[in-house]
Design a protein around this ligand. Structure first.
Ligand SMILES: NC(=O)c1ccc[n+]([C@@H]2O[C@H](COP(=O)([O-])OP(=O)(O)OC[C@H]3O[C@@H](n4cnc5c(N)ncnc54)[C@H](OP(=O)(O)O)[C@@H]3O)[C@@H](O)[C@H]2O)c1
Length: 253
């Protein structure tokens, strides 16, 4: 028996990286999965195939989460075709690493419209299904160290993640009676977006030394395991929190 048997989960940005690992892990725990992607159809279909092989129902939906119409259409599809949505993992995000002094208005908008706004738009569109979940509705956002630290060329993304965390706390206050809202804050994970960080090779070489769990990097599966906890009934009393999954890197002086 899985911890998420009977649930339906939407994972945004599930074609690659952390979202992909999360979709697979939620399916292993028994959830049917809606895979969202923006452009990588082949990747989205390959993870859908793996999930289908586990015996789960799986749906693949192309939607740009920075666009309200795309989000509304995706949620309408879920309402029409499945009639149930218990879990949302708002994972998709965009990079755009640059100093704040070189950031344009469009750069600012892109960061906030892709990394922050979807949390609100997804919950507005799916509130009824989340509130009608047989369990409690569960919503999880994925944040990063940049929400509370100053990282190189990370000002816009860091600010968008800090805003995401604030929005999750306020959603918990507004809708917490029937839905749990929490954040998983991930340490450095070896994904396509991680590899676009300034000095990525050096960072990935050094990162395991910064952890307090022995010499290893955080993996998508480590993040996914925390998401499983925050989307299962084990976390019904965890509300508006930020769960840091970085192998202890943040506590080291
Ligand atoms: N990697 C790290 O070290 C790290 C650390 C802390 C937090 N995070 C956070 O973890 C999350 C996942 O990051 P990742 O490293 O796994 O990234 P990734 O490997 O680059 O994957 C990004 C995913 O997001 C999707 N996506 C991007 N823009 C989208 C849009 N507008 N609409 C829908 N989907 C979109 C991509 O879809 P396509 O494949 O179709 O393009 C892809 O599936 C992000 O929120 C990121 O900020 C990452």
């Amino acid at each position: 028996m899985g911890r998420l048997d009977g649930r339906v989960a939407l994972v945004t940005g599930a074609s690659r990286g952390i979202g992909r690992g999360t979709a697979l892990r939620l399916a292993e725990e028994g959830a049917d999965i809606v895979i969202n992607y923006a452009s990588s159809r082949t990747n989205a279909e390959s993870i859908a195939e793996q999930i289908s092989d586990l015996g789960r129902n799986v749906y693949v939906v192309k939607a740009d989460v920075s666009q309200k119409d795309d989000i509304d259409s995706m949620i309408d599809f879920i309402r029409r075709e499945i009639g149930q949505l218990d879990i949302i993992v708002s994972n998709a995000a965009t990079g755009g690493f640059r100093p704040l002094m070189k950031a344009s208005l469009n750069n600012f908008r892109a960061a906030f419209e892709t990394n922050t706004l979807p949390m609100i738009l997804l919950v507005q569109a799916a509130q009824d299904m989340l509130e009608n979940s047989k369990w409690r509705g569960k919503v999880v956002g994925i944040s990063s160290h940049g929400a509370h630290k100053a990282l190189e060329q990370y000002g816009l993304i860091g600010a968008s993640k800090a805003a995401l965390e604030a929005i999750v706390r306020h959603l918990a206050r507004e809708l917490g009676e029937k839905i749990n809202f929490n954040i998983v804050k991930a340490g450095l994970v070896d994904t396509d977006s991680g590899r676009r960080l300034p000095h990525a090779d050096l960072m990935f070489k050094e990162a395991p030394k910064h952890a307090c769990v022995g010499n290893r990097l955080v993996t998508p599966r480590d993040i996914a395991n925390a998401v499983v906890f925050l989307t299962s009934s084990d976390s019904d009393m965890v509300q508006g929190s930020v769960l840091l999954v970085d192998g202890g890197a943040d506590i080291k002086a």
